[in-house]
Design a protein around this ligand. Structure first.
Ligand SMILES: [Cu+2]
Length: 471
């Protein structure tokens, strides 16, 4: 199917909008003396930051139309550059050979969303200066998805800078004042931000049928700052799933967002091609896997750039119990560690900052310091298992509880220390790279205020820090 995009080529688009059309007509009638005034007027009404070409006096429209076939593959246009004579019109025949929807904004015009396998004819208008276009889907420009039009034969055209996809990485966040630790600890946890860390037992039954719906919504991600998040079932992290070795998980993923999304369950051992495919808005797929191995496993959106989709909230945990069950404890909690990238309200995590690995805050379960604002509460003498998963997207976690020693540590398939084996040893941290997970067990013998932190201290100070009150 071909989507016609933009004005038909037989009805040439104005180069600069209506005011510029007036400019050209006046120019022809009134002559060179007045032209300078009109050019000035066009410049003023076009405004700063526009991608439209300015009208140099030396270039007239050649009337030529250049048609170029462009294939979209991965995060690039092939070719990603075209040379055309100054004053000619460019029509692009775009074919999306990739696995997710894309578009192209160029010269002040933008295509509709082009789904995988679809094509579009795009009249990008007349060019008098070098111009850069890009895909407007979140994060794609930062990944280098740009298209350059280079004009030839223009004289005395001021070299219009081809706007790069990224500006120099700022030292401070240009979009928001990042709340300080003092501000964060004095804040109230907003309604709806609380993520209950208590982990219920696995539900009965051996087949777990679940619906996962993707939405894009504005949420408070740090005190005083709301921004777009991309969510599985309206929450970040996504729902924690639990079952036993041998159970079947059948997840129906439906995309109610505005861009392509997908899901990848690390607990599954399946060919990625079909179940992990990116689906367009409005589409669904079924992802089925048998959990053959126990532990805590990450799942996440696998649509590029994955860093941005994970940074915007698209990650969660699957917990699989061993066939013989786990040791008895009084409480089980789940803590997912992650970075937080602040950005503009409507776009969410800033793609440039994610690409540069420049996070502003960190958190457990979606919000910085949330278990300082609403601590975990247990009774002295109780034994607790903390399941911990680092969903990143990028940075390591050194999970530590101040005042406690872990007598049991399980990570990535094996116990390193285990209570009851008669060894007088223990562990002080559970270290986890992104996508690694495990659990620790600890008995809190004495009342007090304990804290759990990322012992990579600056990361703990950015929000991976919480409180356990033992009474
Ligand atoms: Cu996604």
């Amino acid at each position: 199917m071909t989507i016609p995009v933009g004005a038909p080529a037989t009805e040439p688009r104005p180069e600069h909008g209506p005011e510029a059309q007036t400019g050209w007509a006046s120019w022809l009638v009134i002559g060179l003396a007045i032209a300078a005034v009109i050019v000035l007027g066009v410049t003023l009404t076009t405004g700063p930051g526009t991608q439209r070409a300015q009208a140099p006096a030396e270039v007239t429209q050649t009337g030529e139309t250049i048609t170029q076939a462009i294939r979209i593959d991965g995060m690039s246009y092939h070719p990603n550059r075209v040379e055309i004579p100054a004053g000619s019109r460019l029509v692009l025949e775009l074919v999306n050979g990739g696995n997710q929807p894309h578009d192209l904004t160029l010269n002040g015009f933008t295509t509709e969303l082009i789904d995988p396998g679809e094509s579009a004819t795009f009249d990008a208008g007349v060019f008098t200066a070098d111009t850069q276009g890009w895909c407007t889907i979140a994060g794609h420009r930062a990944q280098g998805m740009v298209f350059n039009v280079v004009v030839t034969g223009a004289t005395d055209v001021p070299a219009q800078a081809i706007t790069p996809g990224s500006s120099p990485t700022p030292e401070t966040n240009p979009f928001v004042d990042v709340p300080s630790p003092a501000t964060r600890l004095a804040a109230e946890l907003p309604e709806g931000a609380w993520y209950d860390p208590a982990l219920p037992p696995a539900p009965t039954g051996t087949v777990h049928e679940l619906a996962f719906t993707v939405t894009e919504e504005i949420r408070e991600v740090a005190p005083g700052h709301q921004q777009a998040q991309w969510l599985f079932n309206g929450q970040a992290p996504g729902p924690t799933l639990r079952g036993r070795v041998g159970d079947t998980f059948r997840i129906t993923l439906t995309n109610h967002g505005t861009m392509g999304h997908s899901i990848d369950f690390h607990a599954g051992e399946v060919s990625p091609d079909a179940p992990m495919a990116t689906i367009s808005p409005g589409e669904s797929l079924v992802y089925e896997f048998v959990a053959r191995r126990w532990g805590i496993w990450m799942y996440h959106c696998a649509t590029a750039p994955m860093s941005l989709h994970i940074a915007n909230g698209m990650a969660g945990a699957v917990i699989i119990d061993p066939p013989a069950g786990l040791d008895e404890v009084d409480h089980e909690y789940t803590l997912l560690a992650h970075e937080i990238f602040l950005g503009q309200r409507d776009t969410g995590a800033d793609a440039e900052r994610v690409n540069a690995g420049r996070h502003d805050l960190t958190g457990f379960n979606g919000y910085p310091n949330q278990y300082d604002l609403r601590p975990l509460e247990i009774t002295a003498g109780q034994r607790v298992r903390f399941w911990v998963l680092n969903v990143g997207p990028d940075n390591p976690l050194s999970f530590h509880i101040v005042g406690a020693v872990f007598d049991t540590v399980f990570s990535e398939g094996s116990y390193s220390v285990r209570a009851g084996l008669g060894e007088s040893t223990g562990a002080q941290v559970l270290p986890l790279l992104p996508a690694q997970g495990g659990f620790v067990e600890v008995t809190f013998e004495e009342p007090g205020t304990y804290t759990f932190v990322n012992h990579i201290m600056t990361e703990g100070e950015r929000g991976q820090h919480g409180t356990i009150i033992v009474r």
